[in-house]
Design a protein around this ligand. Structure first.
Ligand code: ADP
Ligand code: MG
Length: 685
């Protein structure tokens, strides 16, 4: 038995047909061991269960044939510039002409009178039957028909290579033991691993494929969930949290605000304060659409923590947002004499050392920053409250590490993205959710207009008018590719063009490649109204709050996802002025049209999130990478949410019996968890 486990762990090169070159190519696909190869699941399948006779073929159909090659004609005529290889093949019912283009590599391998399997599209013309560039392999009785897997490939590796190698790998499985505990399999009616792997690659029928899929999805989610639970139990101390005193009232802070809280804000704040006063550790998620006023709620919680003698920390996903929070909080707490610190990776040297010192001796009451806050050198004297803003961009491990800097501090998470409860629990642990479903009074719905390039002048005219009225604007530069550099280039070009066009306007350019100080300086000038219009890349996407900005123009709107468009648009309409958002696009694709249509119809982030899910499919919406959880091969956190419920119960059951997975029967399972998490976190099992 040991031997066969060993061979799953051995290098792919031990499979016949995988030499050093192919092995190198597989390595690029992150396939190193036989086990890696087997866990490369098909992206789709081809139904080759039904063998056709040449005499029965219909024009245009996709068919599987078993034929003898009667004649090989090499390069006998040219099709344009392409060399052709022509075969005549027969199956007793008729003869078919097989054509290949540029297929010199085939010439030497085809044997006259050999029996082959052809799969491809049939064309029939005046009694002449052809199959053009079909998939062709040597006929093998038990391998040529069936449901065939289709894999994602890389250059130099064909479907037939993958199929052949995976079949050889499957042969090694026969006596290997399952790495899921036997009880887990029977409790959840899961098939064993040999059955699952055999049928995910070469299913005998659709029912078996379904069983195989279910087992593998369950397994993957179980590995994920168990890993997260272990990680959480390692990083969160057990025992009581902090019970902040009921005697410390937040009224002085609330009275210092220039506005009255909305009903929704009052309700959510009540939840927060109740949690803080209870001895239980607060773990609360605040979901509120863009502009609903989440920041002030975190400030109230911070006020309570500091007044109770604790420190607080607030983490934001971008430096711009962290800086903005720093400024808002500094201003808001001026009357209370709180000391607010700001830390990002661009703060270094003496400034950094001093800051860390006064954090450790308790002089700093509130520290605001980016993920730089997680570094081990950041130590608090008495951390009582951890807040993360736009949380969905942080990884599970990052958030937990921040929490570990205190002794069971309360946790508040703020997000504008609605998340289904089951998923939220996976991502954040057992948590409570408050929903902020009301915008501050006097806000006018943002008007959204979709325009093609020709109408851009109308959008510009509106922008100029707004600026004449004293308002400000954002112009979001086209998204070119997933590359910061290209984006900054396109923003720069747009900036140069607009500088020519709007000579009397005060414009500025903002992109991710600028130094942090430059970005901060530009944002400060935009905040104070010294800049009329900001030409920017998506760096302004989240959280930025300049209430005087009323006009937004998004170039190449078709390249943005719905959630992103909604976040971008949320930068305007943050005060009583009427705001407008122009989506400039020439795209006529139906996806682009549907998206811009939805943006025109609604300003409701919750509806938009739902539609986004419909249009993009669940995988992309909650991109797992964005959450910092491992990439999944077969499971999908939204689509398989029902399975997730059973998985949660099973994971808990396994850990109740064996909290650290030290038992022999859990060894293989533990190994799988370690492997899944090795890339995304520093945590080791
Ligand atoms: P988000 O929920 O998007 O983080 P912010 O907290 O940045 O929103 O708030 C958006 C704007 O609304 C800020 O300028 C803030 O001062 C203002 N605001 C928040 N609450 C109220 C309120 N109750 N009345 C009026 N303005 C408010
Ligand atoms: Mg915000």
């Amino acid at each position: 038995m040991k031997d066969s486990i060993c061979s799953l762990k051995s290098k792919v090169s031990s499979i016949k047909g995988i030499g050093p070159q192919k092995a190198a190519k597989l390595k690029k696909m992150e396939i190193v061991t036989i086990e890696d190869l087997l866990s490369r699941f098909p992206r789709d399948y081809e139904d080759r269960r039904c063998l056709k006779k040449i005499a029965e073929l219909v024009d245009g159909e996709i068919a599987l044939l078993r034929c003898r090659v009667d004649l090989i004609v090499k390069n006998n005529y040219r099709y344009g510039k392409q060399r052709t290889l022509r075969l005549l093949a027969s199956d007793g019912s008729g003869t078919i002409e097989v054509l290949f283009f540029n297929a010199a590599y085939l010439e030497s391998t085809i044997i006259k009178n050999g029996i082959y399997c052809f799969f491809g599209k049939i064309s029939k013309n005046d009694g002449r039957i052809q199959i053009i560039h079909p998939d062709m392999t040597k006929w093998e009785d038990n391998r040529s028909t069936g449901i065939m897997p289709l894999y994602n490939l890389t250059l130099g590796i064909s479907q037939n290579d993958m199929r052949k190698w995976i079949r050889s790998a499957l042969d090694l499985l026969s006596c290997c033991s399952d790495y899921l505990p036997q009880d887990t399999l029977s409790r959840n009616c899961l098939c064993d691993i040999e059955y699952a792997l055999t049928n995910i690659h070469f299913p005998k029928d659709l029912q078996r494929l379904k069983e195989a899929k279910y087992r593998l999805i369950f397994e993957e989610l179980l590995v994920l969930q168990t890993g997260l639970l272990i990680m959480r139990s390692r990083l969160t101390e057990s025992g009581n949290g902090i019970g902040f005193s009921e005697k410390i009232s937040i009224d002085p802070f609330i009275h210092s605000l220039p506005y009255k809280l909305t009903k929704a804000q009052e309700r959510v704040l009540e939840d927060i304060i109740k949690d803080m006063e209870a001895l239980k550790v607060m773990n609360r998620l605040i979901q509120g659409d863009v502009g609903s006023g989440k920041t002030v709620l975190s400030a109230a919680a911070i006020y309570k923590a500091i007044r109770s003698g604790y420190q607080a920390v607030m983490m934001a996903p971008t430096e711009l947002l962290a800086k903005q929070h720093f400024e808002t909080m500094t201003e808001g707490f001026k009357a209370f004499d709180f000391k607010v610190g700001y830390l990002t990776s661009s703060i270094s040297g003496i400034a950094r050392r001093e800051l860390l010192k006064s954090l450790e001796n308790g002089e700093i009451n509130l520290l605001i920053g980016t993920h730089a806050l997680i570094q081990p050198t950041v130590c608090f004297k008495k951390l009582g409250l951890v807040i993360t803003d736009e949380q969905h961009r942080f990884g599970v491990a990052q958030r937990l590490l921040l929490t570990k800097k205190g002794s069971n501090p309360d946790i508040l998470i703020m997000t504008a993205t609605p998340i289904p409860r089951t998923l939220a629990i996976i991502l954040y642990g057992d948590l409570d959710i408050s929903i902020l479903n009301e915008l501050p009074p006097g806000r006018k719905a943002i008007i959204t207009k979709v325009m093609d390039q020709r109408l851009r002048t109308a959008a510009y005219a509106h922008l100029e008018e707004e600026i004449k009225k004293g308002r400000q604007a954002y112009i979001v530069a086209p998204l070119i590719e997933d590359s910061d550099q290209l984006e900054s280039k396109s923003a720069t070009a747009l900036y140069d063009e607009l500088k020519e066009k709007f000579q009397s306007m005060r414009l500025a350019l903002l992109h991710g490649e600028l130094k942090q100080q430059e970005k901060d300086a530009i944002m400060a000038r935009f905040h104070s109204g010294e800049i009329d219009a900001l030409i920017s890349t998506v760096v302004i996407e989240v959280g930025i709050n300049v209430p005087n900005a009323t006009c937004m123009l998004i170039e190449n709107a078709e390249r943005f996802g719905l959630a992103q468009l909604h976040q971008l648009r949320g930068r305007v309409g943050r005060a009583e002025h009427q705001s407008t958002c122009f989506l400039i696009t020439d795209s006529k694709t139906s996806l682009a049209r549907q998206r811009t249509q939805i943006m025109q119809e609604t300003n409701d982030g919750f509806i938009i999130a739902e539609k986004d899910l419909d249009l993009r499919g669940p995988g992309e919406f909650f991109g797992t990478k964005q959450h910092g959880i491992p990439e999944l091969k077969i499971a999908n956190l939204i689509k398989h949410i029902k399975i997730l419920n059973s998985v949660k119960i099973e994971a808990q059951m396994i850990l109740n019996l064996d909290p650290n997975l030290t038992r022999e029967e859990n060894a293989g399972f533990k190994e799988h968890i370690a492997k899944m998490f090795e890339k995304v976190s520093e945590f080791t099992l």
